[in-house]
Design a protein around this ligand. Structure first.
Ligand SMILES: Cc1cc2nc3c(=O)[nH]c(=O)nc-3n(C[C@H](O)[C@H](O)[C@H](O)COP(=O)(O)OP(=O)(O)OC[C@H]3O[C@@H](n4cnc5c(N)ncnc54)[C@H](O)[C@@H]3O)c2cc1C
Length: 466
């Protein structure tokens, strides 16, 4: 692609920051980990500080150049894909812990810090931030909150948004906005709700459409004295769903740092891989793994309560899945689904949804229907247990070179099938842009905010249908 005069002029305006304009260098900035089509940036620049972000945004705005922001590039919704071309602002070098305030209970970080680096630094102080994605070694804090990727990552800590005490955001005109208590003169970050409406929330899940996040204040939690995993097996998903309704109604998830549900096929594959001689007649029809943190006696008490409640729904402890899979997945907090393994068929298309627990059986039936309709793909479904309801991920593994047109149709079909099963699409980036657009008053207000904060529409065009 030949550089336009505006891009050539922008390259020289950003000269001190050594922007990349070579097409080879720009290949890395074409897409995230989603199935959303790649974009083509004309320029990319690595920012090292909030001051850099101010200069970059002001220069790009002066050249009417679209700009996209990239953290770890691991999201599955295409938010970082530069569909309108222009500039990609890479924040992955902004990795500093700016403030660790144990008295106020907040840590303030630059947006490019990886979760695994942050948790390692905090562990030295006996602290953690509660929510950690399985992409911890690659995902950045800024990317996770901007895509609200960790929509419902933890029954105890709820969503990524619930972990944020305040933000610093650079707006398209270069203004540095601080939210929460830090919005007040001479005050620091410690309270999310301070005066007037919650402007922090405006930027959570905004996918870089309203500003660039340059600092994030997260609440701290003491690391639990002990951590333990255990798994419960159920005869079928409906029984597991009824059990979860009961668990949530009784708030038995207060010490559950993470819990996830697995279909029969996944349980079978993991258990038999670890124990080929396992008696298959003992395999459950659905399995739920719990990761509980607290004092040792609290953990033992919670496990006993959950097991007793499970027995009322035909469930029982199922240690084989814990040993074969769940324990390894959780207790090394930074375990990462290796991308090589995860995308072993070349690529994985993921649809995220939210659903009430009593629709769990419908989700599983919907995925079975997709397996029957689209047998060329390997389908998988996993659910994360929230404080209320479930977060569901439906995955289809495909070969990118040969199966691209078919997977697009299959995913469109899956969207409708999941909606029919009572699932609510989880909207971020470009994947569900049409759904966001169809949300009536919500999208109209979003567009008005966008016009006010980014009148020329330069920030991440296409994300959230904006
Ligand atoms: C294999 C796999 C497994 C996963 N497992 C889990 C899981 O178990 N639990 C879970 O909750 N999530 C999971 N995720 C989601 C994962 O956590 C997200 O991909 C991740 O949080 C996004 O962070 P990132 O830094 O890669 O963001 P990016 O992909 O770089 O960006 C995401 C969005 O945020 C925007 N953005 C990035 N930085 C900024 C900034 N500083 N300011 C404004 N906007 C910004 C981008 O423009 C984009 O729209 C998984 C994803 C994959 C691919």
């Amino acid at each position: 692609m030949t550089a336009t005069p505006a891009i050539t002029s922008l390259v020289s305006a950003l000269g001190a920051l050594e922007p990349f304009a070579d097409p080879i260098d720009l290949l890395n900035y074409r897409r995230d980990c989603s199935m959303v089509a790649a974009g083509q940036a004309q320029l990319a620049v690595q920012a090292a500080s909030a001051e850099d972000i101010v200069s970059i945004v002001q220069a790009a705005a002066a050249h009417d150049t679209p700009m996209y922001v990239r953290g770890g590039g691991t999201m599955y919704a295409g938010g970082a894909n530069p569909h309108a071309g222009g500039l990609v602002i890479d924040v992955s070098r902004m990795t500093r812990v700016l403030e660790l305030d144990l008295a106020r209970g907040v840590v303030v970080v630059e947006p490019g810090i990886r979760f695994s680096d942050l948790t390692a630094q905090l562990a030295a102080h006996g602290q953690t931030v509660g929510i950690v994605p399985s992409t911890g070694p690659a995902a950045t804090v800024g990317g996770a909150l901007s895509s609200h990727a960790l929509g419902t990552g933890s029954a105890r800590h709820q969503s990524m948004g619930d972990c944020v005490a305040g933000l610093e955001v650079v707006l398209v005109d270069g203004t540095r906005l601080r939210t929460g208590s830090a919005a007040c003169r001479d005050a620091g970050f410690f309270q999310r709700y301070c005066m007037g409406p919650d402007l922090t929330g405006l930027f959570i899940g905004a996918d870089a459409t309203l500003g660039v996040v340059t600092a994030v204040a997260l609440w701290l939690y003491p690391l639990p004295a002990a951590r333990s995993t255990f798994c419960l097996g159920f005869p079928e998903p409906a029984a597991a769903g009824r059990f979860l309704v009961d668990v949530q109604a009784r708030e038995l998830t207060r010490q559950v740092w993470y819990a996830a549900g697995y279909e029969a096929g996944t349980v079978r594959a993991r258990v038999l891989a670890a124990q080929p001689e396992f008696d298959v007649s003992r395999l459950p029809g659905y399995c739920i793994g719990f990761d509980i943190g607290g004092e040792r006696d609290d953990i033992a008490r919670d496990e006993a309560r959950l097991a007793a409640l499970a027995s009322e729904h035909g469930g029982a402890a199922f240690a084989a899945f814990d040993t074969a899979y769940f324990n390894k997945l959780r207790l090394t907090e930074n375990y990462w689904y290796s991308f090589a393994g995860y995308f072993s068929r070349s690529r994985c298309a993921i649809l995220m949804t939210s659903l009430p627990c009593d629709r769990l059986a419908d989700l599983c039936a919907a995925v079975d229907a997709l397996r029957a309709r689209w047998p060329a793909f390997v389908w998988g479904a996993a659910t994360v247990v929230c404080r209320r309801g479930l977060h569901g991920g439906v995955m289809a593994f495909y070969d990118e070179r040969s199966e691209w047109p078919a997977i697009e149709q299959a995913i469109e079909d899956a969207t409708q099938v999941l909606r029919g099963a009572g699932c609510v699409p989880y909207k971020s980036g470009k994947l569900w842009a049409q759904e966001v657009k169809a949300s009536g008053a919500y999208h109209q207000v979003l567009r008005r905010l966008k016009r006010e904060l980014d009148p020329k529409g330069l920030l991440s065009p296409g994300n959230l249908g904006l």
